[in-house]
Design a protein around this ligand. Structure first.
Ligand code: NAD
Length: 291
């Protein structure tokens, strides 16, 4: 069997055009969605992410506000900036690029963002809303994975899903979203016993580990749908968490790296900014952009 490739890049491009069309409609009502991105320090990878987020925000017709602060800035100064952005009516989404410098309390900074503008979905209120099935802002990477899964499989109800990784950014919210779609969900992590055997039971396998080519072909159930969230920089270039040569022999479908989940993350950030804008202005949620 040769697995189908789930083209996240093409899906994300279609999503961005849809968002651009909705932004144009909002412009007719005098509303321009605005996304503020705050970068603290000079981490090269974060700088690349922030630049591409700004470019794609402008490409869909939204306003992009970039705030670059030095590595030495105090937490108090950062909190004051967040407060200004919370109150700024031109800003509908606020994203603080992680990781933050060691002298800052990440949770305190994230929880200072007003939950309605928390387009990363990391605020404790949004985490709780997602867990209890209330209207939340949902973290971008798992939201993108969910969109790809629904597009490829239709209903996820009753399917066995295994999520490898329990981070607050990917693993846990991914599991919540799968559960919300009535999949039977198992979360695996670094202390899980006999991971290959567990994975072999998965109709849906999501790998969010951060180890190059970690998931082997013989861990995959024949015909399973495999979502590779991993982004690992190696001497051979960008590599996912799944051994793609192995997966392509066994899986029914899988997301490549690059060109799978990565492009969906930024597209979902724009989707969340659009959703936040609609909610702030008392408009209905744009269709298909929320779980
Ligand atoms: P993390 O380091 O916070 O979490 C990794 C998880 O993997 C942990 O929960 C840990 O328990 C688990 N793990 C580690 N070793 C394991 C093992 N041997 N067996 C089973 N589980 C193990 O990472 P994260 O932030 O969740 O990111 C995971 C990966 O996804 C990284 O490669 C990251 O770069 C990538 N990522 C990609 C996107 C994207 O847009 N595509 C977004 C976020 C993260």
């Amino acid at each position: 069997m040769t697995a189908q490739i789930i083209d996240g890049k093409a899906f994300a491009a279609r999503l961005r055009s849809r968002i651009a069309a909705e932004v144009a409609t909002l412009a007719g009502q005098g509303i321009t969605p605005g996304l503020a991105v705050v970068l603290v320090g000079e981490d090269p990878a974060s700088q690349v992410y922030v630049r591409s987020k700004g470019r794609m925000t402008r490409e869909v017709g939204m306003a992009s506000f970039e705030h670059r602060l030095s590595q030495q800035v105090s937490q108090q100064e950062l909190l004051e900036l967040i407060q200004k952005l919370n109150e700024d009516p031109a800003v509908h989404g606020i994203l603080v690029q992680l990781p933050l410098p060691a002298h800052m309390d990440e949770a305190a900074v994230i929880n200072a963002i007003t939950p309605d503008k928390d387009v990363d979905g990391f605020h404790i209120l949004n985490v709780g809303r997602l867990a209890t099935g209330q209207r939340a802002m949902v973290p971008c990477t798992p939201l993108g994975c969910l969109m790809l899964l629904r597009d490829h499989l239709g209903s996820l109800a009753g399917r066995n899903a295994v999520v490898i990784g329990r981070s607050n950014i990917v693993g846990k919210p991914m599991a919540q979203l799968l559960l919300r779609d009535s999949a039977t969900v198992t979360i695996a992590h670094s202390r899980t016993e006999d991971l290959p055997e567990l994975c072999r039971r998965a109709d849906i396998l999501v790998a969010a580990v951060g180890r190059p080519s970690f998931v082997q072909g013989d861990w995959i159930k024949p015909g399973a749908t495999v979502i590779d969230v991993g982004i690992n920089r190696t001497e051979d270039g960008l590599v996912g968490d799944v051994d793609h040569a192995g997966a392509s022999q066994v899986a029914g479908a899988f997301t490549p790296v690059p060109g799978g989940v990565g492009p969906m993350t930024i597209a979902c950030l724009l989707a969340n900014t659009l959703t936040a804008t609609a909610r702030i202005h008392g408009l209905p949620d744009p269709e298909g952009l929320t779980p």
